[in-house]
Ligand binder design. Structure first.
Ligand SMILES: [Mg+2]
Length: 368
């Protein structure tokens, strides 16, 4: 049996309290109910992965992810992790409707493989750069005064050294969103913005919001998923008529979606997330998108430093990602994990990762 054969698979809930609910147009997550995946190889190396279901985005839940692992033995035990493309194909065939479970396994798989090779995942993907600069999210909120809450969050972000604010929009009426964005613009006068509607608008509403912003519109780098996932013409229209770069996120859940984007000729950017695509497909789509000249964003669901360190290795390894949205560990209380990238304000430093993605499980750290 090769030393890199999978001999054991374990999963457990990874529940992490959030400092405040992570609100988007379609709902909010008050606690991260993720899943920790551990793959052990014949050589004794253990790889760690994380599945991060976000029900309001994809309908996936922690329970649904855990259920998939009833089949884990058949799919994984006895397989050599060097065959990661065949393993990935088998996972997509069996678990295609629960991509975050596939991501959990593939993160653990590449962690185990690269640890066995004695290298980091950053080296595996190419080490194009050792630093990334992330944005920080200004979430939607249930606060009675959403404008004051957004101003407080924006001022804090500026104090902590963030230059790009990703503002979740699409929950409140347009006049409230307009007032909120204007207030954020004043609270963070030198910040750039990404708007993310998570598909919450139609074309008319998205364009109305952009027009209402006046000069503030010129500080918007990207408008992420302004309209519904299937509305390719709408995404392109918001980009062309609205005069801002549009990035597809919910629209890109696999190869056929990516092919549809290319066929439609836009929009000009796409958000790559392992939770939607797994690691292998995220890697493949990122490579082809870069070759075809599309703008790349790296993002995630509400993930700890575990899944985020894997994504950081993918983005910094391949290089060429114009936008980095890897901020959700900042919204979390203590979790039973140590290591990964070092963060100072907006900067994620990957130069001292160690092996794999660098993150280790330490149950002693858990608080709840
Ligand atoms: Mg998004």
């Amino acid at each position: 049996m090769p030393a890199t054969t999978i001999v054991d698979v374990r999963v457990q809930p990874l529940n992490v309290e959030l400092l405040e609910p992570f609100g988007i147009a379609t709902g909010a997550q008050v606690m991260a109910r993720n899943v920790l995946v551990q793959l052990t190889l014949e050589n004794g190396v253990c790889g760690l992965g994380e599945a991060a279901p976000f029900e309001a985005v994809s309908g996936e839940t922690q329970q649904l992810v855990l259920q998939q692992f009833d089949e884990a033995h058949r799919l994984l035990i006895g397989r050599d992790v060097h065959e990661f493309r065949n393993i990935s194909a088998a996972l997509w065939e069996a678990w295609g409707s629960v991509p975050t479970a596939i991501a959990g396994v593939e993160i653990a798989l590449f962690d185990a493989l690269t640890r066995s090779l004695g290298i980091s995942m950053l080296d595996w993907f190419g080490r194009s750069q050792t630093e990334l600069r992330t944005d920080i999210t200004i979430t939607t909120t249930a606060d009675v005064d959403p404008i004051a809450a957004a101003v407080r969050a924006s001022q804090r972000a500026v104090r902590e050294g963030f230059h790009t604010l990703k503002v979740k929009v699409g929950k409140d009426p347009l006049d409230v969103e307009h007032a909120r964005l204007t207030a954020i613009g004043e609270a963070a006068p030198s910040a750039r913005f990404v708007l993310d509607a998570n598909g919450g608008y139609n074309v008319k509403q998205a364009l109305e919001l952009l027009t209402s912003l006046g000069p503030l519109k010129h500080r918007i780098d990207t408008f992420e998923q302004p309209v519904a996932r299937e509305d390719w013409h709408g995404l392109i229209e918001v980009e062309r008529t609205g005069g801002v770069r549009v990035c597809a996120d919910e629209s890109i859940r696999g190869f056929s979606d990516w092919a549809a984007l290319v066929k439609h000729g836009g929009p000009s950017g796409l958000n790559i997330k392992t939770a939607k695509l797994g690691v292998v497909r995220a890697w493949d789509i990122a490579q082809s998108a870069r070759v075809l000249g599309f703008e790349l964003m790296i993002g995630g669901m509400v993930e700890t430093e575990l899944a985020m360190s894997c994504s950081a290795c993918l983005a910094a390894g391949l290089g060429g990602f114009s936008h980095v949205d890897l901020d959700t560990p900042l919204f979390m209380h203590k979790r039973p994990l140590v290591g990964g990238y070092a963060q100072h304000g907006a900067v994620l430093n990957l130069s001292n990762l160690g092996l794999g993605h660098g993150v280790q499980y330490d149950p002693g750290v858990i608080t709840a």
